[in-house]
Design a protein around this ligand. Structure first.
Ligand SMILES: *Cc1c(COP(=O)(O)O)cnc(C)c1O
Length: 200
């Protein structure tokens, strides 16, 4: 795993570890910064990016090409909370000889992408991990520390997308209460959902 200066730096390092003319499948609905990064910057560095509705698994299958190297998923998506079937998307990626990455920022602890076959898990630790709105950070966790991950690490350290020591301390502080905060968020959300379900 690798800790980053921000969630965007973490996402960026994954795309930078790819090569020109590699093909990436990404969701139509995801964090605006990631979509802009792919659309406005990596396109001009010859990364071929195709955006699909990832709730439509046939659309994901149809988007696969010979040079598909990465399927990027974000679920639940920010801000529209679209859900992606990670197990199927990971299977489609592996069938194409590609990696599957999941931006898991919005469901730490509850959603465990490695158990669903995902290869790379990315987090903006600015959000739930930090938990106090006083730090920026990101993380990439790899199922295998293989050649792709080594390239990602090289891009990160040579490019300087590393976190400051004090920021690491702040994220680590936030992580101490992460399980309890997620439990409280879940209980509160369930109460709201039950109220709405029973309301005419
Ligand atoms: C906030 C966010 C990011 C970017 O993270 P920063 O730490 O703000 O750079 C990426 N993906 C998702 C889903 C986010 O919510």
């Amino acid at each position: 795993s690798a800790a980053f200066a921000s969630g965007m730096a973490a996402a960026m390092s994954i795309f930078q570890a790819l090569a020109p003319n590699d093909h990436v499948i990404a969701p139509l609905e995801a964090y605006h910064g990631v979509l802009r990064l792919l659309r406005d910057f990596f396109a001009s560095w010859q990364l071929a990016v195709e955006f699909v509705d990832m709730t439509d698994l046939d659309a994901v299958k149809r988007a696969v090409r010979k040079n598909t190297k990465l399927i990027w998923a974000e679920t639940p998506s920010n801000p529209t909370l679209k859900l992606t079937d990670l197990a199927v998307v990971a299977e489609i990626a592996h069938g194409a000889g590609a990696l599957c990455a999941c931006d898991n920022t919005w469901s730490p602890i509850i959603q465990r992408p490695f158990e669903l076959g995902v290869d790379l898990v990315m987090h903006s630790t600015t959000k739930y991990f930090g938990g106090h709105s006083d730090v920026l950070g990101g993380a990439v966790i790899a199922r295998r520390e293989d050649e792709f991950f080594q390239r990602l690490r090289a891009v990160q350290t040579i490019g300087g997308a590393v976190p400051a020591p004090f920021d690491c301390w702040l994220v680590h502080r936030g992580m101490q209460t992460l399980p309890w905060r997620i439990r409280a968020h879940s209980e509160n959300a369930l109460r709201v959902a039950q109220f709405l379900e029973a309301h005419p």
